[in-house]
Design a protein around this ligand. Structure first.
Ligand code: CIR
Length: 256
């Protein structure tokens, strides 16, 4: 029912882009072990996982979420805001073209998939250091024929919109109020991250299953108390590259 496109961890992941966290050494072997655990969790919640080979010279290429937005009808190839990440797009496109017709974001627009949160037929798109107003406008134009609304959302103090807010269900979000205005999501039920876990808002939803890092037990407890089914996975080495759980896969319906 679900496909998950992923890519193995690059040996050069230690040279990744970093914006809001200090650089620390990354243990590549450990990152790979954790990534394999993540792939197993994706399988356990019903995903057919496809994994592209590692890309030696593309440090951030494990974070496939940023290079495409996959909807039921179509996939949009992005133009990532970090120039170092633009060469990641082509190989993901080669795989996605077997699943969806492809549309393309073009210069001067920039857009990272990590800034795109789909809630039903609306795409909330973070206006961030990575995704510019041209990117949001192009996405809006490209998706009009498919009946999607695209709404820009200002973020502050975080890399992507999905660092600040992700979907828990069709009508509920997990949100970090320091990084995005809670009022923008007033139409949804909102659960806030535990104040002691500022980076906990990034949760990956696959159907009614949720995947989140083990490093946020307090926020996880909030989700369990609210009745959600949550699987935790240790992604501590990938977190040192400013990644989390949504960014390591492109999850989409295999039977749209
Ligand atoms: C970057 O700065 O682009 C990477 N080091 C981390 C990207 C994480 N992507 C995501 O959360 N969607």
């Amino acid at each position: 029912m679900w496909n998950a496109v992923t890519r193995a961890v690059s040996p050069s992941v230690g040279r990744c882009e970093l914006s809001y966290i200090p650089r620390e050494p990354i243990d590549v072997a450990q990152a790979r072990t954790q990534h394999r655990d993540y792939l197993r969790v994706l399988q356990s919640v019903g995903c057919d996982v496809q994994t592209l080979p590692e890309q030696n010279d593309l440090p951030d290429s494990v974070f496939v979420e940023d290079v495409a937005i996959v909807l039921d009808e179509v996939a949009v190839l992005t133009r990532p805001g970090a120039p170092s990440r633009r060469p990641e797009v082509a190989s993901v496109a080669d795989l996605l073209c077997h699943h969806r017709p492809l549309l393309v974001i073009e210069a001067p627009a920039t857009l990272d998939g990590g800034d795109v949160l789909r809630m039903g037929r609306t795409l909330h798109v973070g206006q961030s250091a990575r995704s510019n107003p041209d990117g949001i406008a192009q996405l809006r134009e490209l998706l009009i024929p498919y009946g999607y609304a695209v709404e820009g959302v200002l973020t502050r103090g975080c890399l992507h919109l999905k660092s600040a807010v992700t979907a828990l269900s069709d009508d509920c979000v997990l949100l970090q109020p320091a990084w995005v205005d809670r009022e923008r999501f007033a139409n949804f039920r909102v659960i806030e991250v535990d104040p002691a876990e500022p980076h906990a808002a990034n949760v990956l939803r696959v159907g009614d299953a949720l995947i989140m890092p083990t490093s946020f037990p307090r926020t996880r407890q909030r989700l369990l108390d609210a009745g959600f089914r949550v699987t935790a996975v240790d992604v501590s080495e990938l977190q040192k590259a400013e990644g989390a759980v949504t960014c390591c896969s492109l999850v989409f319906r295999s039977d749209p």
